[in-house]
Design a protein around this ligand. Structure first.
Ligand SMILES: *Cc1c(COP(=O)(O)O)cnc(C)c1O
Length: 359
């Protein structure tokens, strides 16, 4: 019997998504770095991105970078999350380029690199208002000047920005042009051109379809749109990309006709939420052996018509199958498409088995 839950990974569709994005970006002189943090740095998926034409691989976790490093990828490996002071040694060991925004961290990287006789490359991040990582625009000249003066084993290879991640600030022609002005300020201090102008993540791709991005932008770091085809600005899927790249299967362990919630006092559930069941009356309900440890309940889209997800606990997914035409039984497997947060959890959960298929 097949072990469940499983995550079927359709590598060919990931290659195709990557190719589409790589060729669209190439029209604007932009290279794509593939981001693997949504799939726990999975080397086979990274390989699919490489076949699709990415020019580098990026992940937020040093453990994932280390894994990719041991597979011998010949592309630059980029650490996306600002390094922790406690991981500086590993960053110098395994990472080709790290994103940075904190002077203390850059100084620590410099010290470690110097003690090994190495030069470490960084992309300096600027915060254009999203309020995740990045130095403030007014600090660019000062910080670049300090690094230039004090960190002889650090090479600033580029400037980067990250939008639509925390604050939901969308990339626009305006903030992109602001970004390029900051690039020019940094270059005036460095008295050198920056190689990498890294303007954002998947949320920048819709701009390529409309107004485009400034000439000087030459890199995007793309995860979700490669993995799931997502259009992060308008919702839905980007033109001619696949969203059925991952299929999650989970097994029915209970089937019962159960009514709505009993008419007794109700408080919040184990997750502090007030549950509202969608349908009243006696409904046919099933429990699947998968839970919040492995997926996020509202991040699944059932493949079978009529299946409706009501919610989940750590280990159970409660679904309403009254409207399903097929006769279901205990032991049957139901399949779902996943969103990014479910993908993240499923690929990280030791309880979900990955299976790779080429179609
Ligand atoms: C996660 C991340 C990305 C990729 O984001 P997607 O929306 O998955 O394309 C790019 N840059 C940084 C700094 C990130 O942390």
């Amino acid at each position: 019997m097949m072990k469940t839950p499983y995550l079927e990974i359709k590598l060919d569709k990931i290659v195709k998504n990557t190719r589409k994005i790589v060729s669209l970006a190439a029209k604007h002189g932009i290279k794509i770095f593939g981001v693997t943090k949504g799939v726990c740095g999975d080397p086979q998926i990274a390989q699919a991105m490489v076949r699709g034409g990415v020019k580098g691989l990026a992940d937020s976790r040093i453990e994932n970078i280390k894994k990719l490093n041991s597979y011998g990828f010949k592309l630059p490996l980029v650490l996306l999350r600002i390094p922790m002071l406690s991981e500086i040694e590993r960053v110098i060991n395994y990472v080709d380029i790290s994103l940075n925004s904190q002077l203390e961290v850059i100084e620590a990287l410099n010290k470690e690199a110097r003690s090994r006789g190495k030069t470490h490359k960084i992309i300096l991040m600027v915060d254009l208002g999203d309020r995740r990582e990045g130095i403030l625009p007014k600090e660019v000249k000062k910080v670049v000047g300090r690094i230039k003066a004090n960190c002889s084993n650090i090479k600033i290879v580029g400037l980067g920005t990250n939008l639509a991640c925390f604050g939901g600030v969308l990339p626009t022609a305006e903030n992109m042009n602001h970004f390029i002005r900051l690039v020019e300020e940094a270059e005036s201090v460095l008295e050198n051109n920056l190689q990498i102008i890294s303007a954002g993540n998947s949320s920048s791709l819709p701009l390529l379809h409309t107004s485009g991005v400034p000439q000087r932008v030459n890199q995007l770091r793309i995860g979700e749109s490669i993995l799931l085809g997502s259009n992060l600005v308008e919702g839905g899927t980007l033109p001619s990309l696949h969203s059925d790249t991952f299929i999650l299967g989970a097994e029915i362990v209970e089937l019962n006709e159960k009514g709505a919630l009993p008419d007794v006092p109700q408080g919040p559930n184990a997750f502090g939420e007030e549950l509202k069941l969608k349908k009243d009356g006696i409904r046919e309900r099933a429990i699947l052996a998968i839970g919040r440890q492995d997926i996020s309940p509202n991040g699944l889209t059932p493949c079978l018509t009529g299946v409706e997800i009501e919610g989940g606990s750590s280990d159970h997914l409660i679904i309403d199958i009254t409207d399903v035409k097929e006769k279901l039984k205990v032991g049957d497997i139901l399949e779902f498409k996943v969103d990014y947060s479910s993908l993240l959890r499923a690929t990280t959960s030791p309880y979900v088995d990955n299976s790779y298929s080429l179609v």
